[in-house]
Design a protein around this ligand. Structure first.
Ligand code: HEM
Ligand SMILES: [Cu+2]
Length: 565
C-alpha cells in the first residue's frame, strides 16, 4: 500500500539528537496541552469531592457531590489520560523511528472529535441530569448527549490508534529504521491493540445505552451491562498500564542509557497483557450475583495472574536496567549506591521512580489481594476501592505522564522548565499526598466506609450511625493527603503551562541530555553474589514479603468478621 501524504519538514533536536517531524510535534503538543487542561478540571472536581468526603468539612450538598464525582471520574480517568496517551502514540513512533506522522488530517479529526465529545459529556453532566458517575450503571439514566459525547470521544481515540498504525506502515515503507521495532514503540503498539478491544466493548454497551436513553430500546439488563461495561472499563486500565510502563522504559533509556535486561522477556511480558487482560475484567464482578464462583475464580485467580506476572516482570526489569546502567557507570558499591545517586531532584526521574514504587506497592499489591473472591467481600464497594485505583491511575499512570511531560517541555516546546525548585518538589507533593490519601482511605474502607457516599453518618436520618474514632481519623488523614495531592497536581499544571508560555527558550547550542549507552564507562564486572542487579532483587523480595503478609492479614481479618459457630 502506498501512502502519498506530502513529505513534512523535520527538525533535529539539539537536546536529544532526535529527528522530529514538525507536523507530528504540533499534534503532540495540542493533545498534551488539552490533556493538562483537563487534568486541571478533573483535579478541581477531585478537590471538591475530597473536601466533601472529609467528614469535618463536608463541603458540597448531595446533588453537587454526585455531579462533581461524575466530572472527576470521567475527566481525570478518561479525558486527561486518553488525550495524553494519544500524544504518546504520536510522539514515540515519529521521534524514535525518525518518521513522519501518517494522515495529519485524520489526526486533527481525532483532536476535534475528542474535544467535542468531552465537551458534550461535560455539558450534559453540568446540566444536572447525568450524575451517573463514571460507570453510568443502568438503570440509572443519563441524558442522551452524555452517552453521545462519550461515543464521539471514543471514535476520536480509535482514529488516533489508526494514525499510529499508519505511521508504523510509513516507517516500514520508507525504511526509516532497521531490524525490529524498538521496545517502546512495541509497547505503544500493544496499547493500541488493547485499545481496539476496549473501544469495541465500549461501543457494544454504550451505543445500546444511548438508544435506550432516547427511548428506542425498552430496557438494558443491569447484569449484562456490568459484564460488558467492565470488558471496556478494565481493559482501558490495561491500556494505561501499558502506556505508563512504556514511559518507564523510555525514561530509563533516556536518563541512564539503560537497556532492558532482556528484550525478549520484556516483549513477552507485553504480549501477556494482550492475551490475559480480558479475564481480569472479572475482578469487578466478584461480588455480583448470577455468576458462578468457578467462573469468577478461574478468571481472576488463574488467568489474571498471568497479566500480573507481566507487570511484575516490568516492575523488576525497569529498576533492574537502571541499576545495571548505574553500576556500569561506576556506581557499583554495596546494594544501593546506584539508587542513592540517582537524580532525585530531577522531576523526570523522580516522577518515574515514584510511579514505579506507588504502582507496585500500593496499586499492585492491593489489586492482587482484592481480586481474591473471599477478600473481595470485605472491601467491595467500600472506599478501599478508590484507594486502590488512585494507587494505579493517579500514583502510577498520572505520575508517569507527568514525568514524560517534564521531558517533552524542552524537547518539543523548546522551552526550559520554569520554577525549577518547585518543579523538583512537585512529584513528591503529588506522589506523597496521593500515597497518604490511598493508604488512609483503604484503611477506612477495610473498616467498612462505603465508596461514592455523600454522608456516611446518615446525619438527621432515623438510622444515624456513629463511626469509631479510628475510621474518622482515616477519612480525615486521607482527605488531607488528597488536598496535598491536589496542590501537587495544580502546581504541575501551573509549571507546564507557565513553561510553555514564559519559559526561556532552549539555547541553540544546548548539550545533548540523553545519557550515553551504559557500558561506555567500561565497568564490566558489576553486581554481587552472581546477580547483576542485587539491589533490585532485594527490593523485589521486599515487595513479595509485603504482598504475602498483606494477603495473610486480609484473610485473618475476614476470619474474624465471619466466625463459624
Ligand atoms: C488530584 C488529586 C485527586 C484527589 C484528591 C482525588 C480524590 C478522589 C475522591 C475523594 C474520590 C471519591 C471516592 C468516593 O467517594 O467513592 C475519587 C474518585 C475517583 N477518582 Fe480521584 N482524586 C484525585 C486524582 C485522580 C486522578 C489523577 C484520577 C485518574 C487518573 C482519578 C480517578 C478517579 C476515579 C475514576 C474515581 C471514581 C469515580 C466514581 O466512583 O465514579 N482521581 N477521587
Ligand atoms: Cu480492573
Amino acid at each position: 500500500m502506498a501512502i502519498t501524504t506530502a513529505q513534512s519538514p523535520f527538525r533535529t533536536d539539539p537536546l536529544t539528537g532526535l529527528r522530529i517531524d514538525l507536523t507530528a510535534a504540533t499534534l503532540v503538543k495540542v493533545n498534551a496541552v488539552l490533556a493538562v487542561v483537563f487534568l486541571l478540571v478533573g483535579g478541581t472536581a477531585g478537590l471538591l469531592v475530597a473536601l466533601t468526603r472529609w467528614p469535618a468539612v463536608h463541603l458540597l450538598p448531595a446533588d453537587l457531590f454526585y455531579m462533581a464525582l461524575t466530572v472527576h471520574g470521567i475527566v481525570a480517568l478518561m479525558v486527561w489520560i486518553i488525550f495524553f496517551e494519544i500524544a504518546v502514540l504520536y510522539f514515540v513512533p515519529t521521534a524514535l523511528l525518525s518518521c513522519r506522522l501518517a494522515a495529519p488530517k485524520m489526526a486533527w479529526t481525532q483532536v476535534a472529535l475528542m474535544t467535542i465529545g468531552a465537551a458534550i459529556t461535560a455539558v450534559a453532566i453540568l446540566q444536572g441530569d447525568s450524575s451517573v458517575m463514571m460507570t453510568s450503571y443502568v438503570p440509572m439514566n443519563a441524558a442522551p448527549h452524555f452517552y453521545l459525547g462519550l461515543i464521539l470521544f471514543a471514535v476520536g481515540a480509535l482514529i488516533g490508534c489508526g494514525v499510529f498504525w499508519g505511521t508504523l506502515v510509513i516507517a516500514k515503507e520508507e525504511k526509516t529504521y532497521e531490524g525490529s521495532l524498538p521496545l517502546t514503540v512495541y509497547g505503544c503498539m500493544v496499547a493500541t491493540v488493547i485499545a481496539v478491544f476496549t473501544i469495541a466493548s465500549g461501543a457494544i454497551i454504550l451505543i445500546p445505552t444511548f438508544l435506550w436513553s432516547l427511548g428506542l430500546i425498552k430496557s438494558i439488563d443491569p447484569m449484562m451491562y456490568r459484564v460488558i461495561w467492565w470488558a471496556f472499563g478494565h481493559s482501558s486500565q490495561q491500556i494505561n498500564v501499558t502506556a505508563h510502563i512504556t514511559i518507564w522504559y523510555t525514561v530509563a533509556g533516556l536518563a541512564f542509557g539503560a537497556k532492558p535486561m532482556s528484550e525478549k522477556v520484556s516483549r513477552t511480558a507485553f504480549l501477556l497483557y494482550i492475551l490475559f487482560l480480558q479475564f481480569g475484567s472479572v475482578h469487578h464482578l466478584l461480588s455480583d450475583p448470577g455468576l458462578s464462583s468457578a467462573w469468577k475464580i478461574f478468571n481472576t485467580s488463574y488467568m489474571m495472574y498471568l497479566a500480573v506476572l507481566a507487570s511484575l516482570i516490568h516492575g523488576l526489569t525497569v529498576p533492574g536496567s537502571i541499576e545495571v546502567a548505574q553500576r556500569r557507570n561506576g556506581l557499583n558499591n554495596g546494594l544501593f549506591e546506584w539508587l542513592r545517586k540517582c537524580p532525585w531532584g530531577n522531576p523526570v526521574f523522580s516522577s518515574t521512580i515514584l510511579s514505579i514504587i506507588i504502582f507496585g506497592f500500593i496499586g499492585g499489591i492491593t489489586g492482587v489481594v482484592m481480586s481474591v473472591e473471599q477478600v473481595n467481600m470485605i472491601i467491595h464497594n467500600t472506599i478501599y476501592v478508590p484507594g486502590h485505583f488512585h494507587g494505579t491511575v493517579a500514583g502510577g499512570t498520572t505520575l508517569a505522564f507527568m514525568g514524560l511531560t517534564y521531558y517533552l517541555i524542552p524537547v518539543l516546546f523548546q522551552r526550559q522548565v520554569i520554577m525549577k525548585p518547585l518543579a523538583a518538589l512537585q512529584p513528591w507533593l503529588f506522589g506523597g499526598g496521593m500515597s497518604v490519601f490511598a493508604l488512609a482511605i483503604m484503611g477506612a474502607g477495610t473498616l467498612g466506609v462505603p465508596r461514592r457516599h455523600w454522608d456516611i453518618t446518615f446525619a438527621g436520618q432515623a438510622l444515624g450511625y456513629e463511626w469509631p474514632g479510628l475510621t474518622q481519623m482515616f477519612m480525615a488523614v486521607g482527605e488531607i493527603g488528597g488536598v496535598i495531592a491536589v496542590v501537587g497536581g495544580a502546581l504541575f499544571c501551573l509549571i507546564v503551562v507557565g513553561s510553555i508560555l514564559m519559559g526561556e527558550p532552549v539555547p541553540a547550542d544546548a548539550k545533548n541530555i540523553v545519557a550515553p549507552p551504559a557500558d561506555a564507562g567500561g565497568h564490566k564486572e558489576i553486581g554481587a553474589g552472581g546477580f547483576e542487579a542485587p539491589g533490585t532483587f532485594v527490593l523485589a523480595m521486599v515487595l513479595f514479603v509485603t504482598l504475602v503478609l498483606y494477603y495473610f492479614v486480609n484473610f485473618k481479618y475476614l476470619a474474624t468478621l465471619w466466625t463459624l459457630t
